[in-house]
Design a protein around this ligand. Structure first.
Ligand code: TRP
Length: 334
């Protein structure tokens, strides 16, 4: 708890461009969370270097991601949006937690298996202990809840196990975090294979709408979206492509799927796709303009970065000092 609020922590990688699915399914729904939770959103650049990065590119993407979160409406005075690498406590706690995590546990992590298969030429120790750094992120802020996708669930389970193990030995040091199950946003599927989730790592550029796509690119992708030969706009699982477009239109306009079906009764797919494209542009264009405006205001963003790193550091150090004392490190002479 911080004050009378529970703590929410989430980390995001600055690799790959965020998609409309990330925005409508997650980000957009996080804006009101700061009323209820003390929220920390960390751009996890230390996690990113577990695979080889171009330094200039990583720096650029990390800043773009941080700016995008602010542009999307996360108030940086109410939400602590910061770079992981600016708070040394993450690395320090990760080391300690490494000594409380078993090789066997890390060996079972499916993401490690997947990533080591994908990057067979660079199976480094950081890739192996990635989940421990993630546990440190979460436990450092005594987070109560963590909004994670299904792919990160195993890492959250490990975090809970490590926290409980530590608490069992040293008393109640860590809050044991839970997955945040809140209002879920729309689940947006690929425009090309509507059985698959829209993904930032999809190899087909027409499958995903990226948040920074130009309006004409958005229109083109919507027009090319895969539908079917039923020639009717109905919201049902037998027409996954059309259903996905209805979901997108609905999330962008605030109308219910039923209302959308009524609105387009008797119209063709061509018309509908244009309307979907326009609805997406009407949501993304203001977001892009705000990113543009923030990019012009370097001093403002720099100030936010500094302030929020200090805030994060304050809470991180509180936990870290406690943990260091518990494990037997000598007290600092002031
Ligand atoms: N591993 C997460 C991902 O790839 C990112 C992440 C790092 C994270 N630390 C975290 C997510 C802490 C939640 C909490 O998506």
């Amino acid at each position: 708890m911080i004050g009378d609020k529970k703590v929410l922590f989430s980390g995001m990688q600055a690799t790959g461009n965020l998609t409309l699915g990330n925005y409508l399914g997650a980000l957009k729904n996080w804006i009101s969370l700061s009323d209820e939770y003390e929220c920390f959103y960390s751009v996890v650049d230390m996690h990113s270097i577990t695979v080889r990065q171009n330094p200039a590119e990583l720096r650029k993407r990390a800043r773009a991601l941080l700016t995008l979160y602010i542009a999307a409406g996360l108030d940086p005075k109410k939400n602590c949006i910061y770079y992981q690498s600016h708070v040394s406590g993450h690395a320090e706690l990760a080391w300690i937690l490494n000594c409380f995590t078993y090789m066997g546990e890390l060996n079972r992590m499916t993401q490690f298996k997947d990533k080591s298969a994908k990057h067979a030429d660079n199976i480094n120790a950081g890739l192996f202990t990635y989940p421990v750094l993630m546990a440190a992120d979460i436990l450092l802020y005594q987070a109560d809840v963590v909004p994670v996708g299904i792919d990160q669930m195993q890492h959250l389970e490990l975090t809970r196990d490590v926290a409980q193990r530590f608490n069992h030995i040293y008393g109640n040091v860590f809050t044991v975090p839970e997955a945040y199950i809140g209002k879920v946003g729309a689940k947006i599927m690929s425009l090309q294979e509507p059985a698959k989730k829209m993904s930032k790592s999809d190899e087909n550029p027409n499958a995903s709408i990226y948040l920074m796509d130009e309006p004409d690119v958005i229109m083109r992708k919507c027009k090319r979206a895969v539908t079917d030969s039923e020639a009717q706009i109905l919201y049902r699982k037998e027409q996954p492509g059309v259903k996905n477009l209805i979901d997108i239109y609905s999330a962008c306009t605030g109308k219910t799927p039923d209302e959308v079906v009524k609105e387009f009764d008797g119209r063709g797919y061509g018309d509908f796709k244009v309307a979907v494209g326009e609805a997406v542009v009407s949501v993304l264009k203001p977001l892009q303009d705000e990113v543009e405006r923030l990019n012009q205001d370097k001093a403002y963003i720099d100030g936010i970065i500094k302030e929020n790193a200090e805030k994060a550091n304050y809470y991180a150090m509180k936990t870290l000092r406690k943990v260091q004392k518990k494990v037997g490190f000598p007290e600092r002479v002031r």
